[in-house]
Design a protein around this ligand. Structure first.
Ligand code: URQ
Ligand code: ZN
Ligand code: ZN
Length: 460
């Protein structure tokens, strides 16, 4: 199977150039102007379009069992929706229950992900410490190609990792040449504020952001950064949503610490006014953690991306339909946390990033693909349009536009946090493993075509 992408402008994180791209099998074989290729090769006309590395979403939760229910998007529908939006790889999360062997949970998630139609990998969460955890972490790194371990500092009574767990896991990850990642909110503070708000009769979704103030994120970001500094392990903070947390990253980076930050497309564009909406379903649909914030944080996050203090963008795609969100109708602490985004991330960031001048095209590529590949050690196999790289490519039509809506999206959820948003800049064709999987509105996917991508440990 061979493909020629003709007439486009190739955009990588470091440069752009007018070039054709020739693919054989699942690998890019040539990149250059006016390529001569064998006859009979399928040609994709990329004239007037950009040819970029397929998006990598480093933060998704397909079919996650969480807060008494299961996320409505599974690995097939979620990776298909990603392909429709130009994302060709996800990094999801194995989240063991406390006391559950990490390898047991890992095998379960691997089974679930078999149905994926695009490439995937996993961060493995360390939700407890004890007999076998260190050993399983070792097996995951040396045999399963896991090089990142997640820590939830929130969700007390469920998957929250206390400092002792953080300390032990961070040390073990360091010794294995792995990176640690963290959901940085002070879970005890959130738990106490939730109790206080409920006792005061504030039971609706409007209380959700009140229980998770920016200070709760800033404290945990500092604690995670300080632990990582003393222990000597690289740290990646997921869904950085506030100036408070970003300031901690900047402080640590200025001190020479190896620390990275991720911004969600939602946190860059949606503010906390959504929780004041009178309709429960609307407000509850936006309940995720950390919550959408006051507008002032959005400009800070955009500046974080522009300055390189935040390196990646993601979606934290974790879908719950209205009937699931209604579990928390009388108690906001029981509303399953999570929102969607895997299909819309690139179009939203192109429209509000590149078209506004906040990001150059190269910075867009870095933030949607290349930096995640670099940080999680799969670059340049992923995250670059170049000879020898995987043929995961998005042909991007900068003039195509649409209105985002749950009525038309491919995500398996009945709500879209970007509902009604006009976006300009869309994937016209998405290529995964050298095959056209999406073209001009048509998905050509089959369950099981996705590959599990191993990510090697970092050389010490
Ligand atoms: O915290 C996370 O990242 C998971 C449980 C998804 N939910 C959320 O609200 N972010
Ligand atoms: Zn989280
Ligand atoms: Zn998450």
């Amino acid at each position: 199977m061979a493909l020629l992408i003709r007439g486009g402008t190739v955009v990588n994180a470091d440069a752009r150039k007018r070039a054709d791209v020739y693919i054989e099998g699942d690998t890019i074989k040539a990149v250059g102007a006016d390529l001569e290729v064998p006859s009979g090769v399928e040609v994709i006309d990329a004239g007037g379009q950009y040819v970029m590395p397929g998006g990598i979403d480093p933060h998704t939760h397909m079919q996650l069992p969480f807060m008494g229910t299961v996320a409505s998007e599974d690995f097939f529908t979620g990776t298909a929706a990603g392909l429709a939006g130009g994302t060709t790889m996800i990094i999801d999360f194995v989240i063991p229950a406390p006391q559950q062997p990490l390898m047991e949970a890992y095998r379960t998630w691997r089974e679930w992900a078999e149905k994926a139609c695009a490439d995937y990998s996993f961060h493995v969460a360390v939700t407890w410490w004890g007999e076998g955890v260190a050993e399983d972490m070792g097996t995951l790194v040396t045999e399963e190609g896991i090089n990142s371990f997640k820590h939830f500092m929130a969700y007390k009574g469920a998957i929250m990792a206390e400092d002792e767990v953080l300390y032990n896991s961070f040390c073990r990850a360091r010794d294995l040449g792995a990176i640690v990642t963290a959901h940085a909110e002070n879970g005890e503070l959130v738990y106490q504020l939730q109790k206080k708000l409920m006792a005061e009769g504030q039971t609706g979704p409007e209380a959700h952001p009140l229980s998770r103030p920016p200070a709760a994120e800033g404290e945990a970001a500092n604690r995670a950064a300080r632990l990582a500094e003393v222990i000597g392990v690289p740290l990646y903070l997921v869904h950085v949503s506030t100036k408070d947390a970003l300031d901690e990253i900047i402080r640590a980076r200025l001190a020479g610490q190896r620390i990275y930050g991720e911004a969600l497309a939602g946190h860059l564009l949606i503010d906390d006014s959504v929780y004041k909406h009178p309709d429960f379903d609307y407000a509850a649909a936006h309940v995720m953690s950390p919550p959408f914030r006051e507008k002032r944080h959005q400009d800070v996050l955009w500046k974080g991306l522009q300055s390189g203090n935040l390196q990646t963008t993601a979606t934290d795609h974790c879908c719950f339909c209205a009937d699931q969100k209604a579990i928390g109708r009388d108690d906001f602490t029981k509303i399953p946390n999570g929102t969607a985004g895997v299909e819309d991330r690139l179009a939203v960031l192109w429209t509000h990033g590149v078209r506004t001048g906040r990001l150059t095209m190269e910075e867009f590529v870095a933030a949607t693909s290349t930096n995640a590949a670099r940080i999680f050690n799969i670059y340049p196999r992923k995250g670059r349009v170049d000879v020898g790289a995987d043929a995961d490519i998005v042909v991007w039509d900068p003039e195509a536009s649409k209105t985002i809506s749950a009525k038309t999206h491919r995500q398996n959820v009945d709500f879209n946090i970007f509902e009604g948003m006009e976006v300009t800049g869309l994937a016209s064709c998405t290529i995964s493993q050298g095959k056209v999987r999406y073209t001009r509105g048509e998905l050509r996917v089959e369950k099981g075509e996705g590959r599990y991508i191993k990510r090697p440990a970092f050389t010490r």
